[in-house]
Design a protein around this ligand. Structure first.
Ligand code: FE2
Length: 355
């Protein structure tokens, strides 16, 4: 399978896996052929791209870190503000991550922007879980961390949707309202004896920057827990790679570049480093361009930061970038993403206010 943006998708392409809405209901089944009307509807739903199966991508398998059923259950728990259920889902997310044994988020995710808050919380949970496993955390700590991720934005359920989904820049007054969501999330759990203090502080401080410029309290890195720092990085990373009403998704490459750029001011360097070790810059099945102008599809990732993957070129031949003959070549996202990055770049500062 390979990932194509809906702009590139054409009628007749075969879907590689089932597509779901935010309630876990099937929109289109696996192996269905796309039609112009499906493509239009998926765009309206807010999908950015889909995985398709074709001859070129044969043998490229991309698996979700957690099952679609668990993802839907997680979204439902967040939507219903059901804290007990979120705790159970967090435990199950950790079980599925540990069972899979994969310390890699090799997936260009699919989601729609109208369910962003719910899908985002579950995605952040998965990213936190993968980082936690990669950092050799205990299972109990992983559960706490994923629980904090599922609960961190519950306070947004109390922010008026005109502010939450406003496509333009927020006024200072609206931004002040938006910023209250971290405390609102915390207020929902502060009295609960069955939720660890580690979870509570991570939820309250998930918008604090290491240089003290964040909110609500403006505490700096020396007063932040590891959980807080991981949740902050995972939260922003997922927001960057998501489609939002006011921006197109960044590619994982561009999002990673962004995280590195604000290490030391927004984020803790060690945590960013941990994320970059487990999140490939070029996920399996995505199209990349080589410095010699040729394009190919990521067949398999390997090595440090996954910068030297195995590719299947558009003529069907394979290229292992660790081979000595390829060492002078470098990778970049395919042209398709470049256009979008330029657009996203313009609104970067506005966007950060909305995460
Ligand atoms: Fe938040």
């Amino acid at each position: 399978m390979r990932y194509v943006s809906l702009k590139e998708a054409t009628a007749g392409m075969v879907l590689a896996n089932e597509l779901y809405d935010s309630y876990g209901r099937t929109l289109i089944g696996a192996n269905h052929k796309l039609t112009d009307s499906y493509i239009e509807k998926l765009q309206k739903y807010g999908f950015w791209g889909v995985y398709i199966s074709d001859e070129l991508s044969e043998g490229i398998e991309v698996e979700s870190v957690i099952s679609p059923q668990l993802k839907a259950r997680g979204m439902e728990s967040v939507r219903a503000c059901n804290i007990d259920e979120c705790k159970k889902v967090a435990r199950q997310i950790v079980e599925e991550i540990l069972d899979s044994g994969k310390v890699s988020l090799d997936l260009a995710d699919l989601r729609s922007y109208d369910d962003y808050t719910y899908a985002h919380s579950v995605n952040v949970g998965v990213i936190c879980g993968v980082i936690g496993m990669g950092m050799c955390m205990s299972e109990q700590d992983m559960i706490h961390l994923v629980t904090a991720a599922l609960l961190h934005d519950l306070g947004k359920l109390f922010i008026p949707s005109e502010i939450l989904n406003k496509p333009e820049r927020l006024t200072p007054e609206e931004y002040a309202v938006m910023k209250t969501h971290a405390e609102k999330s915390y207020d929902l759990i502060r009295e609960r004896w069955d939720i660890s203090a580690k979870v509570k502080t991570a939820v309250l401080f998930h918008h604090e920057n290491v240089d003290g410029s964040g909110y609500p309290n403006g505490i700096d890195g020396s007063s932040q827990t590891l959980f807080t720092k991981i949740l902050h990085v995972a939260d922003v990373y997922d927001a960057l790679v998501s489609k939002r009403p006011y921006k197109n998704p960044y590619s994982p490459y561009e999002a990673s570049e962004y995280l590195m750029g604000v290490c030391g001011s927004m984020f803790d360097g060690q945590v960013v480093d941990a994320l970059l070790r487990f999140v490939p810059l070029y996920p399996k099945g995505t199209t990349v361009r080589l410095s010699n102008g040729r394009t190919g599809i990521i067949y398999e990732n390997a090595g440090i930061h996954n910068l030297r993957p195995i590719l299947r070129m558009m003529d069907g031949t394979m290229m292992d970038m660790t081979d000595s003959g390829c060492l002078n070549l470098s990778l970049a996202p395919a042209d398709d993403f470049y256009e979008e990055i330029e657009t996203a770049e313009k609104s970067r500062h506005e966007m950060l206010e909305l995460i």
